[in-house]
Design a protein. Structure first.
Length: 259
């Protein structure tokens, strides 16, 4: 299969004066994560960074006019591929080593045959259809699909824990530990505006509780907790944003399925 060379790798949408959504349009929905740029008075956040196939900092250079901290809602490769481009990265302490990836143990693959067959079966059982190749284009002529690896972070990694506050000067986000999809999954909760960046703890698509490192009991507890959070806007790790009613509907659907 010959893939076309993309003339640009990222697309974007302005959500409001402070939030911009970026994404990789040529990536299969399974691993096409939402990348959130949040503008602050003292510094900005980049919440998740995509696959790292092309430079995020170059694509978003017009947005990056002050210091930026890259947040990892969790360390699955589709969310942290670009973290190595940032001077400081925030990640839950349980997944800091995976973000460093010094031993190349954090799985990364762009073809179906690089995924363990039993894991691929579980992904498809959750509701996804896995194509043989997980991208429909490449960023440059010499890009090697099979040579793709996750580049570990060598710059500053700041571990975060539940209850920590990220203070941007004009906005304050509380770290929520939302394990289940992965051990160190986190959300960023801004009570003042009712805004939750939920990562892959919840999104409006097939949730996956069977990946390596997932824990069903923890995921159930996370969904039960999300039912109680008075979020009015949820910016998730995949798929479109949604409101509180949709969050409760999704959470209850999976609680009924999994409990």
């Amino acid at each position: 299969m010959t893939l076309k060379i993309a003339d640009h790798w990222f697309e974007r949408k302005t959500i409001d004066d402070a939030i911009t959504l970026l994404w990789e349009p040529y990536v299969d929905p399974l691993i096409r994560c939402n990348i959130w740029h949040v503008r602050g008075r003292e510094f900005d956040l980049m919440i998740d960074t995509g696959l790292g196939i092309a430079s995020l900092t170059q694509a978003a250079r017009d947005l990056l006019d002050k210091p930026v901290k890259a947040v990892a809602t969790h360390t699955h490769y589709d969310h942290v591929g670009g973290h190595h481009e940032f001077d400081e990265c925030l990640v839950h302490s349980l997944e800091a080593d995976l973000l460093r990836n010094t031993d190349n143990s954090n799985f990364a693959g762009l073809t179906k045959d690089t995924i363990e067959p039993d894991v691929a079966d579980k992904i498809e059982a959750s509701g996804y259809i896995l194509p043989d190749i997980l991208v429909t284009a490449i960023p440059r002529k010499d890009f090697d699909l099979r040579g793709y690896e996750l580049q570990g972070v060598k710059n500053t990694i700041t571990p975060v824990e539940a209850g920590d506050i990220i203070d941007l000067g004009n906005r304050r986000f509380e770290i929520l530990h939302l394990p289940g999809h992965s051990p160190g999954s986190i959300g960023l909760w801004e009570a003042e505006t009712g805004t939750l960046f939920s990562g892959d703890a919840i999104y409006d698509g097939p949730l996956i509780e069977t990946l390596p490192g997932a824990n069903l009991d923890q995921y159930i507890a996370t969904l039960e907790r999300l039912l109680e959070i008075p979020a009015t806007t949820i910016h998730a790790g995949h798929d479109p944003s949604f409101g509180r009613e949709t969050m409760q509907t999704i959470a209850q659907r999976y609680l009924d399925l999994w409990r």
